[in-house]
Design a protein around this ligand. Sequence first.
Ligand SMILES: Cc1ncc(COP(=O)(O)O)c(C=O)c1O
Length: 449
Amino acid sequence: MKKFAQVKTSIPGPKSQALLERRKRVVPQGISNNCAAFVHKAEGALVEDIDGNTFIDFAGAIGTINVGHSHPKVVQALKRQVEDFVHTGFNVMMYESYITLAEKLTELAPGKFPKQAAFFNSGAEAVENAVKIARKYTKRQGIVSFTRGFHGRTLMTMTMTSKVKPYKYEFGPFAPEVYKAPYPYEYRKPNGMNEEQYHEYIIQQFEQFLLAEVAPETIAAVVMEPVQGEGGFIIPSREFVQRVYTICKEHGILFIADEIQTGFGRTGRYFAIDHFGVEPDLITISKSMAAGVPISGVIGREEIMNVSLPGEIGGTYAGSPLGCQAALAVLDIIEEEQLNVRAERIGRIVMNKFQQWSDRFEQVDGIRGLGAMCAFEMVKDKTSKQPDKELVSRIVREATNRGLLLLSAGIFGNVIRLLMPLTISDEQLEEGLFILEESLEAVLSPQYI
Ligand SMILES: Cc1ncc(COP(=O)(O)O)c(C=O)c1O
């Protein structure tokens, strides 16, 4: 018996259907949507659509809602801010919340050295600015990102991104001086290699990349997701991250951690890079930083951050008062509700379930997780590991129809990733996992296949 998810109409229901028709006329299809329904209200881990259907949210606005939808503290902070003033532009008249946020984040970010923080609007904009700052500081141009990485949809970040369709196809020419390095993918390591050999192999591949593709002394920065998000929640080995970091240090290359999807408690730490024992020169943040209010930022070593001259970075809405206030509320919530601990617990419950499904279904494989950043792959079978994107599309559809919002990921589109709010209750989490299990059973039952 379901307590939270309530689906009363077909999805989309009649009201959403009517809006979809309007949308099709005036909104381009290039702006995609995972679920065909329109939201009415969202609270905690639940989202209600305009037809009265309630969904358990395992998508969390693609990793934006770690503290839950409309957390009362966030709502209060926003209301207070709106009553005082909405926007002056930090570059016109400054406000205290920007400074307080910078103080808190520079304190939380790894590394005991002096740091500064600058705020922007979107994830892509944070990455763009990190690249600008790195180039200015090093006086070099090369930027290294990784295979299967995702950094955004602007020209530079699209260039740094890996998945050709839909992110890059026919959008060239791309920005120059961007190089794509190999990144570990343990689940798909070459046959016959054990874990240790594979770690060594991929490090060698990275070293060879510096011989074959780009000279280290021309590289301004290496930009790495500590766990690849859109790429399919791929967790690199600690050795790999540390080796890349050491190579960066040896050659005066800046190490930038893109924490836009991994940050703010998702992996059981404020920053996922904390798991790997390295201290990045710069960190990009956004998404769960402000519970859905658009804001992003770059945190980094003071001497690097401070290199750009007045007016060289920033923007009209960059680090808006609403974003700063929401972000300050988020930091309080993470601490007060111990969401890092909660992420670990969610991760254990989810991984336990994934293991059961993997034992039961030949098509569920490649289970992995760091804190509450958990995923599995759908494959034709465990021997061939052939990705099955179609199966994932069907599971997402089945789950939606049963009241669960779910996301896919991965270069092959065959990964199911979970990004539920960390404030989800145990009961809601269990119900969501139950719906996912039902959806798996439905698409894997003989009559469905
Ligand atoms: C790791 C990472 N970097 C950058 C971005 C781009 O963020 P935005 O969509 O806000 O531009 C994303 C978005 O998914 C991301 O996951």
